[in-house]
Write a protein that binds this ligand. Structure first.
Ligand code: PLP
Length: 394
């Protein structure tokens, strides 16, 4: 890929394949190698005092981190992209890039719980107040925006409960009052939702999920538009952000297959969601890609696809029945995180964490990640689990 081709518009599958690679600049080897390093040497006194070379210190950038930032930046359509050691670190760095004591931020009530904990524990201590809002508020956010408001934080669909936010309406309201809009865009990735194109200032990824894609590394990315770029850059450097070399390499490696993996996650996810919807044990399916699920219209209007993560609510069942379903599953692992090649299931309970809205259901809720296995095997696995559940009694 020659330099002057950069920035040219090309399709997303081509981008994930070719962005951030320059084989001929590295002896023809296809992949950017892992540069490990702290010290970077300067050839002369003049260069050293002027800090005048592309690489200056391992914490700042390396050819490996540059490669991933360039690729993510191209996919997101960003002016500036930086890596973080985890998705949560990307979230905290992005928020800290804008706030100061006395500010308020508006935070969706359906946010990933550790983001909420960062706000309540760290921002609160710094004198930054977090105001939680109904994820379905849309343009109504303007009623919550005041002089003290610094930014609006969004995550769509919501963690665990999959509320679709009206991002264009929120952006319009925030822009009218010159407020920043940040988005945790992990679920869709930049392939299925182009957050910056929709007016979001900063798009955050837990690259741990679909970008790494193999459950073998933690990594975050922050992609900023031109007006947000100086803020994110300054703060990220000042905070000492530095993603590991191996993790960055695994991010690059995962990225190359993101398009094909997501296609399969989407197809299998929709098939499983439809199958579960027809099961008598299931009260509700929360998957924005299903026509009669809440938020489907917004998803259809704004998003280019769905990934493999969604939730279901079961009809009321005893603890023993639920344990019988979840224990002894063959292909669905029970564990946190998602976005790897494998299927996962975790029960969740969020009725006690919400503060702006109520989320209450009669039966237990489960979040499913549909991996790359054969769908028939996944159905059989859950079918056997439902049979155990029935045998355990309600
Ligand atoms: C997992 C996750 C994060 C945090 O990512 P880590 O890499 O685990 O720190 C942030 N946001 C969302 C939506 C997530 O699912």
């Amino acid at each position: 890929m020659s330099k002057n081709e950069k920035g040219r518009v090309r399709g997303p599958a081509t981008r994930v394949t070719h962005s951030g690679r320059e084989p001929l600049a590295q002896h023809g080897f296809v992949n950017t190698p892992v540069y490990r390093g702290s010290t970077v040497l300067f050839p002369t006194y003049d260069k050293l005092v002027a800090y005048d070379q592309r690489y200056t210190y391992g914490r700042n950038t390396t050819p490996t981190t540059d490669a991933l930032c360039e690729a993510i930046g191209e996919l997101e359509g960003a002016a500036f992209t930086v890596l973080a050691t985890s998705g949560l670190h990307a979230v905290s760095t992005a928020i800290l890039s804008f706030v100061e004591a006395g500010d308020e931020i508006l935070m969706t009530d359906s946010v990933y719980f550790p983001t909420r904990r960062f706000c309540d524990q760290v921002l609160a201590r710094m004198g930054v107040k977090t105001i939680y809002y109904d994820p379905l508020i849309g343009g109504g956010i303007s009623e919550l925006i005041c002089d003290k408001t610094r930014l609006v934080f969004t995550e769509s669909p919501g963690s665990q409960t999959f509320e679709m936010q009206d991002i264009p309406a929120i952006v319009a309201a925030a822009r009218a009052r010159e407020k920043w809009v940040l988005m945790d865009n992990t679920w869709a990735t930049p392939l299925y939702f182009r957050a910056l194109d929709h007016g979001v200032d900063v798009s955050i990824q837990s690259a741990t999920k679909y970008i790494v894609g193999h459950a073998d590394a933690l990594l975050g990315t922050i992609a900023a538009n031109a007006r947000a770029a100086p803020h994110v850059k300054r703060t990220s450097i000042a905070l000492g952000n530095s993603a590991g070399s191996e993790e960055t390499f695994l991010g690059l490696r995962g990225l190359r297959t993101l398009d094909v993996r997501l296609e399969r996650h989407q197809r299998s996810g929709l098939e499983m969601a439809n199958w579960l919807k027809a099961r008598e044990e299931v009260a509700e399916v929360l998957h924005p890609g299903l026509p009669d699920c809440p938020g489907h219209d917004i998803w259809k209007r704004d998003f280019l696809g769905a990934s493999g993560l969604f939730s279901i609510v079961l009809k009321p069942v005893s603890q023993a029945g639920l344990a019988a379903l979840l224990d002894h599953l063959k292909f669905f692992g029970m564990g946190f995180s998602w976005g790897g090649y494998e299927s996962l299931v975790v029960p969740f309970e969020c009725s006690n964490t919400r503060t702006a809205t109520a989320w209450k259901r009669d039966g237990p809720a489960l979040r499913l990640h549909i991996g790359l296995e054969d769908v028939a095997d996944l159905k059989a696995d859950l079918e056997a689990g439902f049979a155990r559940m029935a045998a355990a009694g309600s």
